[in-house]
Write a protein that binds this ligand. Structure first.
Ligand SMILES: Cc1cc2nc3c(=O)[nH]c(=O)nc-3n(C[C@H](O)[C@H](O)[C@H](O)COP(=O)(O)OP(=O)(O)OC[C@H]3O[C@@H](n4cnc5c(N)ncnc54)[C@H](O)[C@@H]3O)c2cc1C
Length: 378
């Protein structure tokens, strides 16, 4: 399945040009700095990359999900997974739920400036004591008059050190999944503070932080959708997050193999290019076959998602399959580079480190198996 129209391909060219010109040359520099310039948010906003499938009334373009697929695929060419993650949190993880169920006020105050790249968005679900077990979050939001008073903390939050607002999961009711709400939380509220940037293994250019809430007051009208229905909204929102993770895993793997093959044509050992050794040609053929399978699984999920069918099983399968496969592909591509595969300047060295996150973030491979198991009655 390759369902891209000429219009999708024109958009692909525009994204590729931007990525190759404005992002790729800084890949190593931004990883070393542990951050990338805030202006990147602004330029992506101006180019319409954040609002691809969002409501045109608030600055989006209202396009289909295949355009999002194109955007996520092309980002791989930046050779900086941390940067890509930050941009995708802004566009496809923290904002879609506001677009879907936010009030006009929430859309004007949070969604529109995020799509324009003027405000940085984060998604705050995970906590020190609850990542996979979302139903067990402990950050509370107590109703006091017309406000919520929020206490607790969030862990591993992408864009965390400089987010202007957070799409935040809080406990407004009983224990368990039935007592959770989502709110839009502006970070200029008194009592809000952040840890220093967490030192990560990979995805270095994205800032990840612990967030603290101490008697933070926000208006109760900042609740997203109905109070205590947040768990359902989080699970809906996770679908887009996981789908975009699968898309980036597939395009990332493709790029790794392409670069490895190119390297192997130039690098010689024992009198011939290393790609001529059958053991490697067979390995890459196997990987290319598996990557194609991952792509078709992912595109099938995209197709269903684009038709608003909530394909939980297919998305979970795509993330599980692509995420696990990416570990083996990255390992082999790095191995094929020999010593150069261990040098920071070589794309594969950083990609091998970065790709490790795919089976952990946004729902681990084990959690994907739990979800798939439930959908097939296991
Ligand atoms: C770089 C980075 C960026 C992130 N960005 C964000 C963000 O922006 N916003 C956000 O909210 N979160 C974010 N996260 C958090 C991420 O989603 C969680 O780390 C992830 O969901 C796993 O949760 P955990 O770390 O608590 O692991 P745990 O839930 O403690 O799991 C530990 C291990 O136990 C396994 N396990 C747990 N439950 C089961 C089970 N039922 N059956 C079998 N095995 C099980 C897991 O698969 C895992 O292997 C980020 C994480 C990282 C590392």
């Amino acid at each position: 399945m390759r369902p891209f129209t000429p219009e999708h391909e024109t958009f692909r060219k525009a994204v590729r040009t931007y990525v190759e010109k404005e992002l790729q040359p800084h890949a190593l520099e931004w990883d070393r700095a542990g951050i990338f310039p805030r202006e990147v948010f602004k330029s992506c906003g101006e180019l319409g990359f954040f609002g691809i499938n969002h409501d045109p009334k608030y600055g989006g373009s209202g396009l289909d999900y295949w355009y999002v697929t194109v955007f996520a695929e092309e980002l791989a060419n930046s050779h900086n997974a941390g940067l890509n993650m930050a941009l995708l949190v802004q566009s496809q993880m923290a904002t879609p739920i506001i677009n879907e169920i936010g009030t006009d006020e929430q859309k004007r105050e949070f969604l529109a400036p995020a799509l324009a790249g003027e405000k940085i968005a984060a998604l705050g679900v995970s906590e020190p004591g609850a990542g996979s077990d979302v139903a067990n979050i402990k950050t509370t939001a107590k109703r006091v008059g017309d406000d919520y008073v929020i206490n607790g903390s969030k862990m591993w939050i992408t864009n965390g050190t400089r987010a202007d607002f957070i799409t935040l999961a809080v406990r407004t009711g009983e224990a368990g999944y039935g007592g959770i709400s989502l709110v839009t939380f502006p970070t200029d509220v008194k009592g809000y503070s952040i840890s220093k940037k967490l030192d990560k293994v990979g995805n270095l250019a994205s800032d990840t932080a612990i967030l603290f809430f101490e008697d933070c007051r926000i208006p109760a009208r900042y609740v997203l959708g109905e109070e205590n229905e947040g768990f359902y909204h989080i699970m809906t929102n996770f679908q887009g997050e996981r789908l975009v993770a699968s898309i980036t895993a597939v395009s990332g793997m493709e790029l790794m193999v392409k670069e490895a093959i190119r390297y192997g044509t130039e690098r010689e050992a024992f009198g011939r290019p290393i790609i001529k050794y059958q053991v490697w040609r067979h390995k890459f053929v196997e990987h290319l076959t598996a990557i194609e399978a991952a792509r078709q699984l992912t595109y099938h999920a995209v197709d269903l998602f684009d038709r608003k069918e909530q394909p939980v099983k297919e998305i979970s399968m795509a993330k599980l399959f692509a995420g696990d496969l990416a570990q083996r592909v990255a390992y082999d591509c790095q191995q094929f580079h020999g010593g150069m595969g261990y040098i920071e300047e070589t794309h594969i060295a950083r990609a091998w480190r970065d790709i490790r996150l795919i089976t952990i973030g946004g729902g681990t491979s084990e959690i994907m198996k739990e979800i798939i198991g439930k959908t097939v009655g296991l």
